[in-house]
Ligand binder design. Structure first.
Ligand code: ADP
Ligand code: MG
Length: 696
């Protein structure tokens, strides 16, 4: 594709388009708004809207939509035609600055956790000029923030932008201390790797569990799963390759820099990774990636599964969030660098992150909590629910030497005191990899591996930005007051390593031994969403969020309640789906097969001396499993009712976990037992074998 450079971003109202389409004074005013946040007056907004509309019409748009990220985890859009009444009954195509700047969707049905009473359900969408509008399917999409009448955040974008501001502010203080006065802005950079499954659409439609819950609630693994590791990085099947090509092209047009694609470990599992960008834009782009994966899969007769654990017995899907900080000059602050002075700065940022992760391990864990991700974390395929940091041997050794002032073995006999002269060069560590760590340093960025594949990355990014901002604030406070900068720095780095080295772990995070070791170290292990979520509203978290103005106390309380509610609703849907599949399909199938067996058994008996051992024992086994199923199904219904009776959100979630979740697992064992012995022709659903090996 020779024309790739002109093709890429061709549907985006980006910098280049703005430069060519906007009069210079308008362009400059808009730039000022984008880079410095100065308010945009209506005249300028009118001019921008006009240019945007002209451009969008050329791209085939007839509508515009304020595009936002409500607390459903997905995106939302409400389309408005450009049309306005003109003269003589004709219409004209119009789009005003006011329409660009602010929308008032009647969005009262989104979760707001009580922040808005429905009767006063005014919610506003406000244009975010730091992200780019784009045309998709005949509509001009305008990235917006979504807030209540009183300005409370009802979305993921507002707190994300606030957290980026907090990080910028504190990182700049640190850079100034190192004498760096040129940097104007520090931005959180993010590159999310997205895992997903593709299965045949026909098979998908025959499984109500996939349709309603995104995962299989029953299913026996076929003899061959992922054990041969022949799918990982294997050659792409033509149908998959065609899907990927289509997906990439659509993403490229929308300016999403999709770069890497490959087959993942489990059969039917794949991955896509873009080139990283600012946390704000990367978050929106990831939403587009997920959406387009689904719509383009459908065009290819496929279904894309983004659930964290669609199939038991093979790997689930994660979303590795690669995170770093960059200056406006494009300097990566987590690049170890080649000169000692830069090393010092790097080491300070590094220990700040170590402290942030250790101090706020529970909060970061809570940011990835969901019913779906509970099936993944700790499943010997994804990191456990214990937070730890992988640094690699080299960096770990360096930190050890710094802590004790002992000679650094990498450089013979040199005393490592944090005087710039004797600091070692820190090699860029690209070879050393640990795929089991939840938070791994990979050369010049951290890779956070706990988020599940379906999650909006806004949540973990908000927390990462805020906790690092908080530690940088503490550091800046200390260092600004230290009379002797070098001495203050030495003490600070040493103290931080001493206090937080327990969170560094370079070994195998999947090993049971680590769970015990982590407990000895005092690291927490919040295995389920119910245990994880309360950290969001712990006093320490509220103090953190309010100090940096990322969330007000009400806003974070709201999110906590929405996440709990979401957990309960997910399990409610799963339980109802399971009950429906059992009653209407699986039990009738078992009855038919039993009838067949019973009739045969009766005939054989009446025939006299024929052997009927097989029929009798099979009938007996099925019969036993069915009565167990019958009892557990009744118990499941009771458990759902009991959970629904709980008034308090946390107690309800606990009841779902302890009652509903447990019974669903038990029922699954029984049903899988039946699937193994009931005749294939009676089994009402496509099996794992048919689903996972459905694409040739
Ligand atoms: P790895 O092999 O460690 O996974 P890759 O080069 O494949 O490394 O990068 C994975 C993801 O990390 C990509 O999306 C990439 O753009 C992103 N990434 C690379 N550098 C940074 C950075 N400085 N900040 C944020 N993300 C980054
Ligand atoms: Mg990676």
């Amino acid at each position: 594709m020779k024309d790739m450079p002109s093709y890429f971003g061709s549907m985006v109202f980006n910098e280049t388009v703005m430069q060519t389409r906007l009069p210079p004074d308008i362009y400059n005013a808009l730039q000022e708004t984008i880079t410095q946040g100065t308010p945009l007056d209506l005249d300028i907004a009118d001019a921008v809207a006009k240019a945007m509309k002209e451009w969008a019409l050329e791209k085939g748009a007839s509508h515009f939509a304020h595009w936002f990220q409500p607390l459903t985890g997905a995106t939302a859009e409400k389309h408005e035609g450009f049309i306005s009444p003109g003269k003589d009954g004709r219409i004209i195509m119009e789009f005003s600055g006011q329409e660009l700047l602010r929308g008032e969707p009647d969005a009262s049905s989104f979760p707001s956790g009580g922040l808005r009473a429905t009767c006063a359900a005014r919610g506003y969408t406000l244009w975010d000029p730091s992200s780019y509008p784009f045309v998709k399917d005949g509509t001009l999409y305008i990235p917006t923030a979504f807030c209540s009448f009183n300005g409370e955040a009802l979305d993921n974008k507002i707190p994300l932008l606030r957290s980026m501001d907090a990080l910028n502010k504190q990182a700049l203080r640190i850079l100034r201390l190192f004498g760096n006065t040129g940097v104007k802005r520090v931005t959180a950079t993010v590159g999310p790797e997205q895992e997903y499954f593709l299965i045949d659409k026909g098979v998908y439609l025959q499984r109500p569990d996939l349709l309603y819950t995104g995962r299989t609630l029953f299913g026996v693994m076929p003899p061959k799963g992922q054990e041969m590791q022949d799918h990982y990085l294997g050659s792409l099947k033509p149908r998959i390759a065609a899907f990927m090509r289509d997906l990439e092209r659509e993403l490229w047009k929308l300016g999403v820099p999709a770069k890497t694609k490959h087959n993942e470990v489990a059969p039917g599992q794949h991955e896509l990774a873009p080139i990283y960008g600012s946390a704000n834009i990367a978050t929106e782009h990831n939403q587009l990636v997920m959406e387009l994966m689904k719509t383009i899969a459908a065009k290819h007769g496929l279904a894309c599964l983004l659930h964290e654990k669609p199939f038991a017995g093979i790997n689930g899907s994660g979303k590795h969030v690669n995170w770093s900080m960059a200056t406006d000059a494009g300097v990566n602050l987590l690049e170890p660098g080649e000169t000692p002075a830069e090393n010092l700065q790097f080491l300070l940022f590094l220990v700040a992150i170590i402290r942030a992760i250790d101090e706020y391990q529970d909060l970061l864990r809570a940011s990835v909590a969901s019913a779906g991700n509970d099936h993944r974390l700790g499943g010997h395929e994804a990191p456990p629910a214990i937070m730890s940091i992988f640094l690699g041997d080299e960096l770990t050794e360096i930190l050890k030497a710094l802590e004790t002032g002992a000679p650094y073995p990498g450089r013979e006999k040199e005393q490592l005191q944090i005087g710039a002269r004797v600091l070692p060069l820190i090699p860029k560590d690209t070879t050393d990899r640990n795929r089991t760590s939840p938070f791994a340093f990979t050369g010049n960025k951290f890779e956070f591996r706990m988020p599940g594949s379906a999650l909006s990355i806004a949540g973990p990014n908000i927390v990462l930005n805020t906790i690092v901002a908080e530690v940088l604030r503490e550091f800046a406070d200390t260092l600004e007051q230290a009379g002797d900068f070098a001495g203050g720095l030495r003490t600070l780095i040493q103290r931080t390593i001493r206090q937080h080295k327990r969170v560094i772990f370079n070994g195998n995070n999947y090993a049971d031994e680590w769970v015990r070791e982590a407990e000895r170290r005092g690291l927490t292990n919040r295995k389920t969403t119910v245990e994880a979520l309360p950290a969001l509203v712990a006093e320490k978290s509220i103090a953190l969020f309010t100090r940096h103005r990322v969330f007000s106390a009400t806003e974070i309380q709201t999110r906590y309640e929405i996440m709990l509610d979401n957990y309960c609703k997910t399990l409610h849907i799963e339980a109802l789906t399971m009950a429906g599949m059992l009653q209407r399909e699986i039990i009738p199938a078992c009855i038919s097969y039993q009838r067949e067996l019973a009739q045969l058994l009766a005939s054989k008996r009446s025939w006299g001396d024929l052997d009927y051992g097989l029929e009798e024992s099979l009938l007996n086994d099925i019969s036993q499993l069915c009565s167990s199923l019958h009892n557990k199904l009744a118990a499941l219904k009771g458990a759902v009712e009991a959970a629904e009776r709980e008034r308090d959100a946390l107690s309800r979630a606990q009841s779902y976990r302890d009652g509903v979740c447990t019974l669903m697992s038990e029922l699954r064992v029984v049903v899988d037992g039946l699937e193994r012995i009931v005749a294939q022709k009676h089994w009402p659903f496509p099996t794992y074998a048919e689903i996972l090996h459905s694409i040739n």
